[in-house]
Design a protein around this ligand. Structure first.
Ligand code: FES
Length: 116
């Protein structure tokens, strides 16, 4: 078991090794998406990029390596902590920052966030 701390929500949840980060957040009532992305997302298939989070594992091995989908979607960002929550597997304690607004603002590939 590992503890995952969602920084923006000030919420700590328990995860089993190999848990998917997106599903873990969803199961525990932590919103990964912002605005209309809550409805218009790819449901965890690594296609839309709307589940971007920053992940800070206590040790590098506590998080799965980036998938090919992540490498493709996140290649224009200069942030090694940026991940797609739907592609991340939890293997140990970590801190997670959902909806990194500043990254949307600096991106040339993502539309600015929409607020409902
Ligand atoms: S939910 Fe679409 S990329 Fe993660």
């Amino acid at each position: 078991m590992a503890l995952v701390y969602f920084e923006r929500q000030s919420k700590t949840v328990s995860a089993n090794a190999g848990n998917n980060l997106r599903l873990l957040a969803k199961k525990n009532g932590v919103q990964i998406y912002h605005g209309i992305d809550k409805l218009l997302n790819c449901r965890g298939n690594g296609l839309c990029g709307t589940c971007m989070v920053e992940v800070f594992p206590a040790k590098p091995e506590f998080v799965s390596p980036p998938t090919a989908m992540e490498e493709k979607k996140l290649k224009n960002y200069n942030n090694p902590n940026l991940r797609l929550a739907c592609q991340v597997k939890v293997h140990g304690p970590m801190r997670v920052k959902t909806y990194p607004v500043e990254l949307y603002a600096s991106s040339t590939t993502s539309a600015p966030p929409v607020t409902l």
